[in-house]
Design a protein around this ligand. Structure first.
Ligand code: REL
Length: 850
């Protein structure tokens, strides 16, 4: 009896002990007053990140956790790396962590809360970066946004913050893409002036202080590599030796752009000076070039790098000298052989095949590759977009077998022909997903590099890119379409009443923002002025029509609506917190309002010309003032961006970004003024229902699908949705094109024109096609095959308007009022707009509305 009582007492005691834990929920860990515990053996990089965890915990709770490598009592955050940390080994033995989640895994981590003896939050990584990502995952769960510094997202104070891991245990798994990073490019108008005149004034350049901030951001976004800025306005990365040390202390891998072989930036005089070093020509000056690479590797090979092999000309040029292809190919093969010899000499790995290398068939390098260049099997082939978001090709089935796999180099920002876009981030996330998924499904899982220009204001695009690079399988068309609105709602939701309402409001804004920029990017509103258009001396009107379909009016009204909407959300946020309103300005308000004013500037200049020609002088004066106001507004927006937060971003935003845009008429288009005519406002509200006569834009949503794979994709196209004919990687069999059909009623006529706008993709790889077939009633199918070459007129027009267009004529029986339109396409083809024209279509840019 006594025994029973003793046992019962013990049992009761245990129950009582557990009660607080059970009440609290076994999987809750309070951060405040916890000690961060780790082993001495941890790498320098992990220890540095532990410092960030400590700082983040203090930001949130107001208390700075103690760090300890000794045994401690009380709540602990245990941080450790598999294979280095006895602490983690012990937890594996105890069954707290599953070894299989870490052993042999690349950059993976486990998070778990165990409250058995003392509350413990465990962050265990499979390797250095795995542990670091685990740390930053916890920071984010505590409420520290990856963008807390770069986009000033405030950290909400919460002394009681608690971490709850669903199911008590979280194993991240390996990232979908092994190497994930950014290329800082075209820094001349943002990052460079900001760093040199402001953030790193003492150095007067982009250097270690800036790179420390960049590296921290990358790790918080679960990226692992950086291609540093390389324009000649900036000192070469290796000319500030501390920069590489800093990047290494974060565990960030250095990679370089396509034109910097073996870490050598020949655009920088300190690296390559033709007066000093001679011609950049491997045929005539091999020894000097070889020596440069040798020296560079001597200094940098001890760090973690991914090496660009082969070579191009100086900076972004092709190889100089009229070397025929029959000589180019063996010459580049020789270059690669020599480079691998040097890599073996300097690297700790004995064999070149064990050193990460990339070959980037960018611009003319693609021709050399297509002409038979032999690239050793272990080298990763990095496929490129055409600088405007469309992948030029992906790996074919043969290339997919390579041990080096393949990768992607993708642009969110570009300086070059036919027109640059360096100011705003306007690449729809859905296009990015479509193109990257296509590459990934065909083997591009080794390396993803994103050209982000100056980083700001590319935040949303970067967030989507790195979330996809980490786990592309968590995405589909619907999820990627909602991704940015959800991210913004999570970021700002605490400060508005309803999160889901906010998310839908943001989705509507983003829908319009991307849709309007899809037909014409804000940077392209100066229209015809292009890089190779040297003869052009004045501003041409845009093709948006004020006279037909209210096209220009509608565009202005749509922009104004989203601009007002971001203003409204911003005032709501401001009422709660000025800091949140500031972050909102950087992430969304600035891009939306800047795009709006850029459009207003050019469209009002156009309206001024139009009204002046018609002799409506007082209204022309009004349009001229609107243009002036838009110009001033852009200046004011840039100024606000640079000057807010005590000038934190001073120099980051500029009115004139890029060479194309620096000309005076682009900055401030000329307008005509009429003295004494006064000013009269023009009614610009688009009239509802004044729409198309004798032509019709079909609503793709109302098409019937004849085959399963065909789908509607939201977030792309002139109308915000497109039809896609199945999966791009699917085999196409002739005669088995996937199709859709649509019934329409026509007036009494014996022919109709069908105008089809597709999304201007490149064929998947050689041998694949971009065909769309159209038929009406029983007519034979007419096929439009989108064939173009990079830099030809068709391609230029296509990338500037994000569309390829064809007009096909069909005879119809005039006694039959109803007709069937049938459309088919190769797998992956996207149709974004179809217009049925009975002869009534008027000149405009994209035609009437649906
Ligand atoms: O976008 C690219 O990859 C290239 O055009 C760049 O490497 C290059 O630096 C470009 O900005 C030229 O000025």
């Amino acid at each position: 009896m006594q025994q029973i009582t003793k046992t019962m007492k013990k049992f009761l005691f245990l129950i009582l002990m557990m009660l607080p834990i059970m009440a609290m929920g076994a999987d809750i860990f309070r951060i405040k007053n916890a000690t961060i515990k780790y082993d001495k053996q941890e790498t320098l990089q992990v220890k540095r990140a532990i410092g960030d965890l400590q700082a983040d915990a203090e930001r949130v709770t107001g208390c700075r956790p103690t760090l300890s490598t000794k045994n401690v009592r009380g709540p602990q955050i245990i941080v450790g790396t598999y294979g280095k940390s006895p602490l983690i080994q012990k937890l594996i033995k105890q069954g707290v962590i599953k070894e299989a989640d870490l052993k042999g895994k690349w950059e993976s981590y486990v998070l778990t809360v165990t409250n058995e003896k003392e509350p413990r939050l465990v962050i265990a990584g499979s390797d250095t970066r795995g542990t670091i990502y685990g740390i930053y995952d916890i920071s984010e769960r505590m409420g520290v946004s990856p963008w807390y510094w770069w986009a000033d997202v405030p950290v909400c104070k919460n002394p009681d913050v608690a971490i709850q891991i669903s199911g008590d245990y979280f194993a991240s798994g390996e990232p979908a893409v092994k190497y994930r990073g950014i290329f800082i490019n075209d820094e001349d108008w943002g990052l460079k002036p900001w760093a040199s005149n402001h953030f790193e004034k003492e150095l007067g350049d982009i250097g270690p202080r800036t790179y420390a901030k960049v590296c921290e951001l990358l790790l918080r976004l679960r990226a692992n590599m950086l291609a540093p800025a390389m324009h000649s306005c900036t000192g070469a990365f290796y000319s500030h030796p501390e920069s590489k040390v800093v990047c290494d202390s974060f565990g960030i891998i250095i990679t370089t752009s396509h034109c910097e072989p073996l870490l050598l930036n020949n655009a920088a005089k300190s690296e390559w000076d033709s007066n000093r070093d001679g011609e950049w020509n491997y045929k005539t000056n091999r020894e000097t070039i070889y020596k440069k690479w040798d020296d560079r590797l001597g200094e940098a090979a001890k760090y973690e790098n991914i090496y660009t092999v082969a070579m191009r000309g100086v900076h972004d040029e092709g190889i100089r000298g009229n070397l025929p292809m029959s000589e180019r190919v063996p010459l580049i093969e020789q270059v690669i052989r020599d480079q691998r010899e040097l890599l073996e000499k300097h690297s700790v790995s004995r064999f070149a095949r064990d050193i990460p290398q990339i070959f980037v068939p960018y611009k003319e390098t693609m021709d050399i590759y297509e002409n038979g260049l032999k690239v050793p099997d272990d080298i990763t082939l990095v496929w490129v977009d055409d600088n405007y978001g469309y992948m030029k090709r992906v790996a074919n089935p043969e290339e997919q077998k390579r041990s080096g796999r393949s990768g992607v180099y993708y642009h969110l920002s570009y300086l070059g022909a036919p027109h640059d876009y360096l100011w705003l981030n306007t690449t729809p996330p859905v296009l990015m997903y479509e193109e990257l998924r296509k590459a990934y499904d065909n083997g591009a899982d080794r390396y993803w590099l994103l050209n982000v220009g100056d980083i700001k204001p590319m935040e949303l695009g970067m967030q989507t890119f790195f979330d996809m690079a980490w786990d592309i399988n968590a995405f589909d068309f619907e999820k990627v379409y909602q991704h940015q609105a959800e991210f913004l709602a999570r970021t700002f939701g605490h400060h508005t009443s309803q999160l889901s309402v906010l998310s839908s409001q943001l989705q509507i804004i983003l829908d319009d923002y991307y849709r309007l920029a899809w037909s014409r990017k804000p940077e392209f509103m100066g229209w015809e002025y292009q890089w190779d258009d040297k003869a052009h001396t004045g501003l041409k009107p845009t093709e948006f029509s004020f006279e037909h379909y209210d096209e220009a009016q509608r565009r202005l009204a749509d922009y104004q609506r989203i601009s007002d909407e971001v203003e409204r959300i911003s005032s709501e946020l401001r009422a709660e917190s000025l800091e949140f309103a500031t972050a909102f300005f950087e992430l969304l308000q600035f891009p939306v309002q800047a795009a709006c004013q850029m459009n207003r500037k050019f469209l009002m200049a156009q309206l001024n010309q139009l009204l002046a020609e018609k002799g409506r002088f007082s209204e022309a004066n009004w349009a001229a003032r609107q243009m002036e106001e838009a110009y001033d507004s852009i200046n004011a927006l840039n100024r606000r961006y640079n000057k807010q937060l005590n000038g934190k971003w001073d120099g980051m935003m500029a009115l004139s970004t890029s060479f194309t845009n620096t000309c005076q008429f682009y900055q401030k288009p000329e307008v005509k003024r009429f003295e004494g005519a006064g000013e009269k406002a023009v009614l610009l509200t688009p009239l509802r229902g004044r729409s198309a006569i004798d032509c019709k834009v079909i609503d793709l949503q109302n098409c019937q699908h004849a085959s399963e794979g065909t789908r509607i994709v939201h977030g792309l196209g002139y109308d915000g949705k497109v039809v896609q004919f199945g999966d791009p990687s699917k085999e196409s069999e002739d005669g088995a094109l996937e199709d859709i059909f649509y019934w329409f009623k026509s007036p009494n006529c014996d022919s109709v024109d069908i105008i089809v706008y597709t999304v201007p993709f490149w064929p998947l790889y050689k041998g694949k096609q971009n065909r769309v077939g159209v038929s009406v009633d029983d007519s034979p199918v007419q096929v439009f095959e989108n064939k173009f070459k990079e830099y030809d007129r068709t391609w230029k027009d296509q990338v500037m308007r994000n569309g390829a267009v064809c007009r096909l004529r069909f005879a119809v029986n005039k006694n039959h009022p109803y007709h069937e339109l049938r459309l088919a396409g190769d797998p992956g083809q996207m149709i974004q707009r179809v217009i049925i024209d009975w002869g009534g279509l008027r000149p405009s840019y994209i035609g009437p509305t649906i």
